[in-house]
Write a protein that binds this ligand. Structure first.
Ligand SMILES: Cc1cc2nc3c(=O)[nH]c(=O)nc-3n(C[C@H](O)[C@H](O)[C@H](O)COP(=O)(O)OP(=O)(O)OC[C@H]3O[C@@H](n4cnc5c(N)ncnc54)[C@H](O)[C@@H]3O)c2cc1C
Length: 290
């Protein structure tokens, strides 16, 4: 199918973007177009005006601000994967984005577009939940900062109004002796994951876990964080502790059947991937020395 006819506007600055959005009732931002264009082709989305933000330089940055990494909404997956700054300060994000789709998707798609689109198993969203990211949402009236878990409302719905723009994603850089891992299973390489898991583990004295963060995709309407601290904090992480953490996740989640897999299978898969990711993150943290 072809999209309904639409007008096209290209903007280069944020003020011009805010004006363009304010001037049209049924306008949509287009970034990499990797979700929006298929939705328009299927006529799930029928904007009257596309506002192209590919020329807005103010949205295309990656930089460190103290203990935070700040990523402009237009940063493309492949640029983030290739960025030494991201690889060094947030290896979990690099690893997760490497699982997104195919090279063509990673070359065009943006992290900001993925976050606004909010597929429940999008690798970027799962990693950002695990890392405790915040997003900056701006309009002509000013800015607001929203924790990522609150920004994700439900599948394909986020806390952003039609006149607002996601400008930046801010991510706290993990503590020095931290390790991370990302695990997923998809039917074919490049497909959306059935279930995916991001884990971040910090280690303190006696090689005991001092902090842990875990997020899963594919088990609920949005990427979700799970508190597995009670199972692992204060102990070295071994297979038994990882299994206890997986039991906690199982008790707190209720994956449903969908067109990719059954809920029971996802539940089993989540358990396997949680154990793998936690142990791999712990080994990664231990490799960073005492
Ligand atoms: C074949 C194929 C395979 C894929 N596989 C995967 C996969 O394995 N994992 C995965 O996570 N994704 C996958 N995707 C989806 C894709 O990664 C992202 O959803 C997509 O790249 C979103 O980013 P974009 O820049 O292309 O956004 P667009 O498609 O341009 O926009 C998506 C939505 O976000 C809005 N938007 C974009 N930027 C902003 C902004 N700054 N402020 C406000 N609103 C904004 C748009 O209006 C639109 O509603 C796949 C897509 C395809 C076509």
């Amino acid at each position: 199918m072809k999209p309904k006819p639409f007008d096209y506007v290209r903007v280069d600055t944020l003020p011009a973007l805010f004006s363009a959005l304010a001037a049209h009732d049924n306008a949509k931002i287009i970034a990499g177009g990797q979700s929006l264009v298929p939705m328009m082709n299927f006529r799930v989305a029928q904007p009257e005006v596309l506002v192209d933000i590919n020329g807005v330089e103010a949205l295309n940055h990656v930089g460190r601000d103290g203990d935070w990494l700040c990523i402009g909404a237009m940063a493309r997956y492949q640029d983030l994967i290739d960025s030494p700054l991201v690889r060094e300060s947030l290896p979990l994000l690099s690893e997760a984005l490497g699982h997104v789709g195919y090279p063509a998707i990673r070359n065009r798609g943006t992290l900001g577009g993925s976050v606004v689109h909010n597929d429940p198993s999008a690798e970027g969203g799962v990693a950002l939940c695990c890392l405790g990211a915040e997003v900056v949402v701006a309009s002509a009236k000013g800015e607001r900062v929203v924790p990522i878990a609150e920004f994700f409302v439900t599948t394909y719905l986020t806390d952003i109004a039609p006149h607002e723009v996601l400008t930046e994603i801010r991510i706290p850089v993990p503590l020095p002796r931290s390790g991370s891992a990302f695990r997923e299973l998809a039917k074919r390489v490049g497909d959306f994951a059935i279930v995916n898991v991001a884990a971040l583990v910090s280690v303190g004295a006696g090689d005991k876990v001092s902090a842990v963060s875990l997020a899963l995709g594919g088990v609920a309407e949005t990427p979700l964080s799970f508190d597995v601290g009670p199972a692992v904090i204060g102990h070295p992480l071994d297979a038994a502790r990882a299994a206890e953490a997986a039991r906690l996740v199982d008790a707190l989640s209720d994956p449903q059947d969908d067109n990719v897999a059954g809920g029971e299978y996802k539940r089993h898969l989540a358990g396997v991937l949680v154990k793998q990711a936690l142990l791999a993150a712990y080994i990664d943290a231990m490799a960073k020395g005492a």
